[in-house]
Design a protein around this ligand. Structure first.
Ligand SMILES: Cc1cc2nc3c(=O)[nH]c(=O)nc-3n(C[C@H](O)[C@H](O)[C@H](O)COP(=O)(O)O)c2cc1C
Length: 211
């Protein structure tokens, strides 16, 4: 096996010019996400979500992007999960997308708020029935005694297709309203391009950061 320290890749696919990136980050993100989809980036909508608990201890996990708004991005989860509890304690979060096929990273920071119950309903009822059942049976992040107990609850819930599976009130969406977004493009020799958008007093400022 290759020595881990010898694993490296040169990045050659692109470059960033801040003056060509407009005045706000969301339009750029929409364009980059579209390019990730058309370039068939594997799980382009997967992002690493960082939350911080009341003691200042961070934790991270992957969640899926489910929408882009004028102010930020939307994902869905269990509000009572570890991440949900941390968000309730501290509404500041981070999100990172890594699209290796494009040699790009996008980092976002901001404050989260729950989306409306109506919006969560719309998304919940658009999901396959098995995913709806999964959201009902999983007390996400809690210790459980066995896989079998989970499977038995799924089987029971899915048995009668005529019964509507209701969205649990503790399951729904969050919108991350971003105030800091950084676009990163890999460049040769580790001299990468970084363009930062930062919202200060309601105005987006744009700058180039050292790699
Ligand atoms: C590719 C991928 C996509 C995921 N998407 C979601 C998601 O959209 N929502 C979610 O709650 N968990 C999702 N998960 C599971 C989370 O990473 C995590 O295990 C779960 O949300 C519990 O996290 P917590 O205990 O920190 O709350 C995904 C995991 C992977 C690997």
């Amino acid at each position: 096996m290759k020595n881990i320290a010898d694993i490296r890749k040169e990045y050659t696919k692109g470059a960033l010019e801040p003056q060509e990136m407009g005045h706000a980050p969301i339009p750029v993100f929409r364009e980059w996400f579209h390019q990730a989809i058309t370039s068939e980036v594997l799980e382009a909508n997967a992002m690493v979500l960082g939350t911080v608990n009341l003691q200042g201890r961070p934790s991270s996990r992957v969640v899926l992007l489910k929408g882009i708004t004028d102010g930020g991005i939307v994902f869905y989860t269990n509000y009572a999960s570890r991440k949900g509890q941390e968000i309730a304690a501290n509404g500041f979060v981070s999100a990172v997308f890594f699209w290796p096929e494009l040699e790009r990273q996008v980092r976002m920071e901001g404050q989260v708020k729950q989306v409306s119950a109506a919006q969560s309903d719309t998304y919940f009822y658009s999901r396959p029935r098995i995913s709806q059942a999964g959201a009902v049976v999983s007390e996400q992040s809690q210790v459980i005694l066995s896989r079998e107990a989970l499977d038995a609850r799924m089987t029971e819930l899915l048995a009668d297709e005529s019964i509507k599976i209701e969205r649990p009130k503790h399951w729904g969406g969050y919108e991350i309203v971003v105030d800091r977004v950084e676009f990163w493009q890999g460049r040769p020799g580790r001299v990468h391009d970084r363009v930062l958008f930062e919202k200060l007093s309601g105005i987006w400022l744009k700058s180039r950061l050292a790699p």
